[in-house]
Design a protein around this ligand. Structure first.
Ligand SMILES: Cc1ncc(COP(=O)(O)O)c(C=O)c1O
Length: 418
């Protein structure tokens, strides 16, 4: 009989008969650090039931849930109308198209933002003009927008972003850019809950565009909305989000609804479904509590990071309220370690981070399809090398925030010693 040698099992514990001989030396196992994710999406338990109800109802695409979500979100931000769509990117494109600008119009925007807004300007048939930013806020100041507008002979519209949830003075920027407030579209992807002075974002310009993407303060997974006080604009957006059809399927199939429709405008397929809207409605009921928690997290970071040399905490809202979508620090030269090296060092300590954003003029397609001043965008270049977004959401624990602060203090000491 052939004797088959038993090999130690791959995952046998030391001391177990399958584990093989004990090594003659002690292996010091360093415990893996607890991983603090950059962000976690929490969908509230009520959303599950709400989705189940929609799935049972026999109607899962745009219908009554969307109508309710639109009016609840519009009321929350103090606007007359909400038009729910598939994403904030689609919202920006539809809002720009609804302004009826001549094709090829120049639309001013920040270079330090997500690429979706610039893509939306292009898809609406216009040309993004990239403005530099104030290194303090990472957003364009009035001087920045005035310089960008003057540098290209004037602009026709303006997209204002409230980066990280920090309020941007929409009216002052419009004036500095020489653009009527009716030609301002707000990219409020980070700014549900932001207040500018005493005006909630969503109630200021003619069209404000929100995102319900998985990482956003009100997360559905995907989705967006335009809020406006202009009934005519809202009507146009409602048609344009669904192929330009004069009546959506929900209305056509209602008792008394007719089967005929017309298509009189060039539309997109960018509607929101009732499944998404049901999640959004449930999440909205938790939104104030989530925002309060984000503010507590920001305050805990502020305290935990104070005194670390070369680590600048995010700017405060001078007038209004920050929505704390992101908590973005600046890694200054005095920190002793560069931003990129710090990202790796934090990852080794279980802390996941991100960078918001790679400026658009650093991205090949946008560099080639946007107006970029010949002298470059030096404020944005400086900001880009230093910005680092720390874990931030409504579920990060105090212990996790403390772990992030300890890791940042530790990396600073090492960087300075080396
Ligand atoms: C500032 C900003 N604008 C627009 C968007 C696009 O949002 P959505 O994914 O809903 O199209 C994002 C998404 O991350 C963003 O961060």
């Amino acid at each position: 009989m052939v004797e088959i040698a038993r090999r130690p099992a791959v995952h046998a514990r030391p001391g177990h008969p399958d584990a093989g001989p004990t090594p003659p030396y002690a292996v010091a196992a360093s415990p893996a650090p607890h991983v603090v994710p950059f962000t976690r999406t929490r969908i509230c338990p009520e959303a599950r039931q709400a989705v189940a109800d929609v799935l049972e109802s026999g109607w899962v695409t745009s219908g009554q849930q969307v109508i309710e979500f639109e009016s609840e979100l519009a009321a929350y931000v103090g606007a007359e109308h909400g038009v729910a769509v598939s994403s904030c990117t689609a919202a920006i494109e539809l809002a720009l198209r609804a302004l009826d600008l001549p094709p090829g119009s120049k639309v001013l925007m920040s270079t330090v933002t997500f690429c979706g807004a610039a893509a939306a300007i292009r898809h609406a048939g216009h040309v993004p003009v990239l403005a530099d930013v104030d290194p303090g806020t990472a957003m364009p100041s009035c001087a920045n927008v005035a310089a960008a507008a003057a540098g290209c002979g004037g602009v026709d519209a303006l997209v204002v972003v409230h980066l990280a949830g920090l309020p941007s003075d929409v009216r002052a920027l419009a004036e500095a850019a020489g653009v009527d407030i009716d030609h301002v579209v707000e990219d409020a992807a980070h700014a549900l809950g932001t207040v500018v002075g005493d005006e909630p974002v969503g109630s200021i310009s003619r069209a404000t565009c929100f995102s319900f993407y998985a990482t956003k303060n009100l997360a559905i997974g995907e989705g967006g909305m335009v809020t406006t006080d202009d009934p005519e604009l809202a009507g146009r957006l409602r048609k344009a989000r669904l192929h330009g059809m004069s009546a959506d399927a929900w209305r056509r199939y209602l008792p008394g609804g007719g089967w005929r429709y017309d298509v009189a405008v060039d539309g997109l397929k960018a509607n929101m479904t009732d499944v998404q809207a049901a999640i959004g409605r449930a999440q909205l009921r938790h939104f104030d509590a989530d925002q309060a928690r984000r503010a507590v997290v920001a305050a805990r970071y502020d305290e935990g990071l104070s005194g670390i040399p070369g680590l600048r905490r995010p700017p405060r809202a001078l007038a209004g309220r920050h929505a704390w979508h992101l908590y973005t620090v600046r890694v200054e030269p005095a920190y002793g370690m560069g931003r990129d090296e710090l990202i790796d060092a934090l990852r080794a300590r279980g802390v996941m981070t991100s960078v918001h954003f790679i400026p658009l003029h650093h991205l090949t397609w946008f560099r080639d399809h946007c107006i970029v001043p010949a002298e470059g965008l030096p404020g944005a270049d400086q900001v880009f090398d230093r910005i680092l977004s720390l874990p931030m959401d409504a579920v990060v624990t105090d212990a996790e925030v403390d772990q992030v602060c300890t890791a940042l203090a530790d990396c600073s000491r090492r960087g300075i010693q080396e």
